[in-house]
Design a protein around this ligand. Structure first.
Ligand SMILES: [Fe+2]
Ligand SMILES: [Fe+2]
Length: 202
């Protein structure tokens, strides 16, 4: 899959990742791989939770079941990279970014609004992961790791699309688009706050 070269607007994201982040990755590959490993693990468990909660939605269950396998496969690939390099899977860090996204989810709204926000949270995380992997792929001075991250970038872009398509499968397109625009705007403000505080995203 070919993605736009414009990293600023990749998948509609309104703010690019701070370019310093790639340098950080070069400094502490162990930390980046550890955080990445947990990201993949959480992607798998989140898909399982959605399947459990919306077991009546046949299409969704069928679409997400293989994603669980794929995300778990990603987790294993990252583990392999750590092992190959003699690095340790560290402890899971508090995920400020994901926690901030979760706070934006509709809680007391209609079941449809809650469902939509669950899917859009997943789409948001996939979109931002995709952008990060693109940055890593383009910014790391290591041909092997560049390819490694490019594969993840392509895969997460496909997942982003899938979550948006699933939302449109069950809900009116207008509603999905409108809410997605709100998510993009809110995510940009989260990014900005985190950058000001000097937080890492993953
Ligand atoms: Fe993944
Ligand atoms: Fe994914």
């Amino acid at each position: 899959m070919e993605l736009s070269q414009d990293t600023k607007n990749i998948l509609g994201l309104q703010l690019p990742t701070d370019p310093r982040w790639v340098n950080l990755a070069e400094i502490s590959l162990e930390a980046i791989l550890t955080d990445h490993a947990y990201c993949e693990q959480k992607a798998a468990t989140s898909c399982i939770s959605i399947i459990q909660r919306y077991s009546d939605k046949d299409k969704l269950v069928k679409a997400l079941a293989p994603i669980v396998t794929e995300e778990w496969g990603h987790f294993r690939l990252v583990l392999q990279e750590l092992e190959k390099r003699g690095l340790q899977l560290g402890r899971q860090r508090k995920d400020t970014y994901v926690n901030a996204l979760l706070q934006f989810q509709s809680k007391g709204g209609s079941p449809d609004a809650v469902f939509l926000d669950k899917l859009l949270t997943m789409a948001m995380i996939e979109a931002r992961s995709c952008e990060r992997f693109k940055r890593l792929s383009e910014g790391l001075n290591d041909a092997y790791l560049s390819r490694f991250y490019r594969r993840f970038m392509e895969s997460e872009a496909g997942h982003y699309t899938l979550f948006i398509e699933l939302a449109e499968e069950y809900l009116p397109k207008d509603q999905v688009r409108k809410r997605w625009t709100e998510w993009l705007k809110h995510e940009a403000s989260i990014m900005q706050e985190m950058e000001l505080r000097g937080d890492r995203i993953h």
